[in-house]
Design a protein around this ligand. Structure first.
Ligand SMILES: *Cc1c(COP(=O)(O)O)cnc(C)c1O
Length: 427
């Protein structure tokens, strides 16, 4: 048993990542109310779209109800570009495989399922914890007909975008970029969300800037922006009555939510520098432990540091097993594991989280193909294997990693206590 004597629980919870409001959000929300634009039309939407396209450096940003909606419409556009208009009752990706990021939040690839595509999961690389270009190459060798790739930038760290784009080009495949977690992060000086043929961002409550909910579709194509705007408002044709030639969705952003987004956008850089400070303090405070922080390629990219994560060295892992819903471990002096650290943090009123469980390990995708650098692969179990290499990179990072409390409002004093708790876990 680890010794935590002398540490007091936090009086107010230290969150993984919570909304940070500044005041202007309320002014713009109230403006929507006072002018009665309590709808999916209004000045806040126009302004939020204009400001966000400026921040990202793309021509058009289309306000939608969520990042998931943006990904869905991106997927629909990609699917129509590749395979033509869908039949009623059949998704546009029906009968087609799609190469998907494996270590991400499931919203990244839900749209592929909504459109009846078959996800093929691509393993993760160790340098940025994103899609491994080597595994993607391998996947094209095995499935040369695939024409669509979906990537994400996990925890706000840009992936190996150039390599992935080159591979996509070589195979005439389109790229959907999920920049939901990486708003404000750059790769070779350009914002994430500008690299895909289609891109999506999110303003969900735990993201780096938030509207409480909401998302945007990003593009340089006027035609694509117009189609997404039309689809998001039930695909109404330009006619005096409700006239429909295509399937539509109720996905447009609310002018009230847009007021919150509009108020948040000027604070993006401030939130990023606070998150970076959190990351740097962890890095410094934990450097004497057998752990590393979630890595990034400092030569080419500047993450937004949305979440700070830990990876425990192999030989400092205590024995542990994970079932589908529960975890067990044997506490050992000098060693620890994600479950022990998360339980300790939680007992002191601080919120951490396991690494996003890789998609190929999820029960719903149990039968989906999974491709590693070595070819077709499958994790043998969720257990941490302390002999030799884990079955795949994603399973290994999931076994040994965890997300730390990364709230930008956490004080240095609170963070010092969290760092102390983690030290005690390894005592
Ligand atoms: C949050 C998130 C989404 C979904 O965004 P919502 O606005 O919550 O729908 C998509 N992908 C990733 C990687 C996310 O973290």
């Amino acid at each position: 048993m680890k010794d935590f004597t002398g540490i007091e629980p936090f009086a107010s919870k230290v969150w993984l990542s919570s909304p940070t409001m500044h005041g202007e959000e309320l002014t713009y929300m109230k403006e929507a109310f006072d002018t009665n634009w309590m709808s999916t039309v209004g000045k806040n939407i126009n302004e939020a779209e204009r400001m966000m396209s400026g921040v990202i450096g793309c021509k058009y940003a289309v306000g939608l109800s969520s990042g998931t909606a943006a990904l869905h419409l991106a997927t629909r556009l990609a699917g129509e570009a590749l395979y033509g208009q869908p039949k009623i009752g059949q998704g546009v990706l029906y009968g087609h495989k799609v190469f998907c990021a494996d270590m991400t939040f499931d919203a990244t690839i839900n749209a592929v399922a909504y459109e009846d595509g078959e996800a093929v999961f691509i393993d993760t690389e160790r340098d940025t914890w994103n899609m491994d270009p080597g595994a993607l190459e391998k996947a094209f060798e095995i499935y040369p007909d695939v024409k669509l790739v979906v990537i994400a930038h996990l925890y706000g760290v840009p992936g190996k975008i150039d390599e992935i784009r080159d591979i996509c080009r070589a195979h005439n495949a389109l790229l959907i970029e999920d920049a939901a977690e990486s708003v404000g992060a750059t790769y070779k000086g350009k914002q994430t969300g500008t690299f895909g043929d289609y891109a999506a961002i999110s303003f969900n409550g735990n993201k780096i800037i938030t509207g409480s909910s909401g998302g945007m579709f990003l593009t340089d194509s006027r035609e694509d922006a117009d189609r997404v705007r039309k689809w998001s408002t039930q695909s109404r044709e330009d006619a005096p009555w409700y006239q429909h030639e295509e399937i539509g969705y109720n996905y447009r952003m609310s002018n009230v939510i847009a007021g919150v987004v509009r108020g948040q956008i000027p604070y993006l850089e401030e939130h990023i520098s606070q998150k970076r400070a959190v990351y740097e303090r962890y890095k410094e405070g934990l450097k004497d432990l057998p752990v590393t922080m979630n890595p990034y390629d400092g030569k080419y990219s500047v993450p937004n540091f949305w979440l700070s994560c830990l990876l425990i060295d192999k030989d400092a892992m205590c024995q542990s097993v994970r079932g589908e819903k529960k975890a067990l471990y044997l506490s050992e002096p000098g060693k620890s594991c994600p479950t022990e650290i998360l339980e300790a943090l939680s007992s002191f009123n601080a919120e951490g989280r396991p690494i996003w469980k890789p998609m190929h390990m999820q029960p719903i995708y149990r039968n989906s193909p999974f491709i590693t650098r070595k070819g077709s692969g499958r994790a043998q179990s969720n257990a941490y294997i302390d002999e030799g290499e884990a079955a795949d990179v994603g399973a290994d990072i999931f076994a040994r990693g965890l997300c730390l409390p990364s709230d930008n409002k956490m004080t240095p004093a609170q963070q010092d206590i969290i760092i102390d708790i983690i030290h005690r876990c390894f005592a």
